[in-house]
Design a protein around this ligand. Structure first.
Ligand code: AKG
Ligand code: FE2
Length: 338
């Protein structure tokens, strides 16, 4: 039986901790040390406090309802959406680049070692950032066609996160069972076990998968950030575009002043594998349209101990589907007693 999945209680994670508690009593909060964050952000008058607290409450509510809204969209999509290419929802080896299959076969073999795998890979593009062919071009084209068909449909659309306004959440379309789960379990985990054994690569047990899309008239780039993931796969699917390379800095724990960034070219059909906590961003495209498949892979064994987003012991509430990839065997009451 698989354990239930949990998400972060957004009312108590990172900056929301201070802010949510402040909502209880603005005047009292203004006197306490917990408002330092808001003060440092320039909040000093009653009106400013009230405004910011309203915004925070709205954001907390938005995050709390994400799972339920997503499940509602998934149900509506199942009901009304007619796929263009049914076959792209089921992972098949014929979609994969031969180099990728060779790497996976090697990793599944008894003599597999990290050094052996590295010798099969094209490059280590930056520190522990690996680039290699994943899919055949024909499959990449069909997957984009399916996304465009979906985008044009009247189905509701879930966007991946606040930084990405035009991407598509793949679980809502029904990609998890037949495509992303087998890709993660049978093909990616053999690689990540060797490459990222120190950050959960051996026991990735859930994910969040989505498409990102950049276009001259829409989003052009993605700011510097880290992922809510232990390990991330990012596959360039097309279409034709210029520029839009990825860049990588250092792990998020390293101060920006001590970080030099490395630009990594990302070619269509190739995947880039990196640690979720490795800071990165996407440079603006200068023409065309760029689509990427992003799989944020999670290891509950890692994140149950330390939340990768706020670097604290997580405080959890029960969530829909994979939620944020946390699990619990000890029951909600204990988890919420923080
Ligand atoms: O656009 C890209 O290639 C990067 C996307 C990314 O880093 C993300 O969605 O987390
Ligand atoms: Fe990212």
């Amino acid at each position: 039986m698989s354990p239930s999945r949990f998400e972060l209680d957004s009312t108590t994670s990172s900056s929301a901790t201070t802010c949510n508690e402040s909502t209880l009593n603005i005047s009292a909060a203004k006197k306490g040390p917990k408002t330092t964050v808001l003060r440092n952000l320039g909040c000093s008058t009653d009106t400013e406090f009230k405004d910011i607290l309203e915004k925070i409450e709205k954001e907390v509510e938005r995050r709390r309802s994400l799972g339920v809204k997503s499940a509602e969209r998934a149900a509506a999509i199942k009901e009304i959406y007619k796929p263009l290419h049914d076959h792209v929802y089921l992972l098949h080896e014929s979609y994969m680049a031969p180099e990728f299959k060779q790497m996976v076969d090697y990793c599944r073999s008894d003599e597999a070692s990290k050094e052996g795998l590295l010798s099969l890979m094209q490059t280590e593009a930056a520190a522990r950032v690996f680039r290699f062919p994943v899919f055949k071009k024909i499959f990449c084209d069909e997957l984009i066609e399916e996304m465009e068909h979906f985008e044009q449909s009247r189905s509701p659309k879930g966007r991946p996160n606040t930084m990405n306004n035009y991407g598509i959440l793949l679980n809502e379309l029904g990609f998890d069972e037949g495509f992303i789960i087998p890709l993660r379990e049978q093909y990616l985990q053999p690689l990540t076990s060797l490459l990222y054994h120190d950050c959960g690569g051996c026991y990735l047990d859930s994910h969040k998968a989505f498409m990102v899309k950049y276009d001259m008239h829409e989003d052009l780039d993605l700011s510097y950030h880290y992922d809510n993931a232990e390990v991330t796969l990012n596959v360039s699917l097309g279409k034709d575009f210029t520029e839009g390379n990825l860049y990588f800095g250092d792990m998020r724990q390293v101060p920006l002043s001590e970080t030099a960034c490395t630009e990594v070219e990302h070619k269509v059909t190739e995947g880039i594998l990196h640690r979720g906590q490795h800071m990165h961003g996407a440079l603006p495209i200068s023409s065309g349209q760029r689509w990427n498949l992003i799989v944020w892979m999670r290891a509950s064994q890692e994140r149950n101990k330390l939340c990768p987003m706020c670097n604290k012991m997580p405080t959890l509430v029960e969530g829909e589907g994979f939620a944020d990839g946390f699990t619990s065997d000890i029951g909600m009451s204990l988890l919420q007693n923080v």
